[in-house]
Design a protein around this ligand. Structure first.
Ligand code: SAH
Length: 256
């Protein structure tokens, strides 16, 4: 079997070439390894990756293909359109990833049938050692792999992507920015939308008047207590208007 030799460790500096088991690590299984690190190689996540604040390993599922045609998929039993990713190929790819990056990581498959990802999940993942992520293509993957390897299913939202890769990039972007050593100002993270259970208040910056539109007075007052109250009220109003689901939960917990 091929495989581990082709696994690419995406890490920039020489000192970080060795996988440091204490660093939060993602291992992505995909048919499109060139999509990684992609946008995660830029900005905060990219710097974090270079500096070894997190680690990314990418495996091409095709390295575990079968037969002389290097097959990874086949037509569905029962008929119907499209192709299904084979359980033997994926089972081997998953087992190798577990052996390479530790059996303690959460194993997840991106799927529109999964639990929709939210900030609470990102926090949970940040607190753990890392993730092994399976990106599907075609019509999806053979159901037996999900059961046999006890794979969690997670979704980016109620729409259909052509593959799991963009969902993986979105998850990793959301998790990595929470890691210590990636975002400089950790305090700024705790006030954001969803962290408090509310949507965030509106932001304003210079110029104070733009196209005849002024910034809310209170923000120019220098009165910290009043500013805090205004922001809290704005958060509550916005959440009430836009997200009845969040508002119900928050008001149950915070207003008697
Ligand atoms: N036939 C499937 C869709 C397959 S889309 C269905 O109707 O449910 C191909 C692949 O894209 C899936 O295997 C999955 O890995 C990924 N994908 C599609 N939509 C997604 C979503 N909303 N969230 C996460 N992954 C998704």
């Amino acid at each position: 079997m091929k495989g581990s030799a082709d696994q690419s460790e995406v890490s920039a500096t020489e000192e970080n070439k060795e996988t440091d088991m204490s660093v939060w690590a993602a291992h992505v299984l995909t048919l499109y390894p060139d999509m990684f690190p992609g946008p995660l190689g830029q900005s905060l996540a990219g710097r974090g990756l270079e500096e070894g604040a997190w680690n990314l390993q990418v495996t091409n599922i095709r390295d575990y293909s079968v037969g002389k045609h290097h097959t990874v998929d086949d037509s569905p039993f029962g008929g119907g359109a499209g192709m299904v990713m084979r359980p033997d190929v994926l089972g081997n790819a998953i087992d190798a990833a577990k052996a390479a990056s530790g059996g303690d990581k959460r194993l997840m498959y991106f799927s529109p049938r999964g639990r929709i990802m939210d900030q609470a999940l990102m926090r949970e993942l940040t607190a753990g050692p890392g993730v092994i992520l399976v990106c599907g293509r075609f019509e999806g993957i053979d159901q037996r792999v999900l059961e046999a390897r006890d794979v969690e299913e997670v979704s980016l939202g109620d729409f259909i992507l052509s593959g799991g890769e963009i969902a993986a990039l979105a998850m990793l972007d959301a998790v990595v920015r929470l890691l210590p050593g990636v975002t400089g100002n950790q305090a700024s993270l705790s006030e954001e939308s969803f962290e408090t259970g509310l949507l965030e208040y509106p932001h304003y910056t210079r110029p104070a008047i733009w196209e005849d539109r002024a910034v809310p007075e209170v923000l120019l007052s220098g009165h910290h207590k009043k500013i805090k109250e205004w922001r809290q009220r704005s958060s509550e109003e916005l959440t009430k208007q836009r997200r009845a689901d969040l508002w119900e939960r928050w008001s149950d917990e915070n207003l008697k």
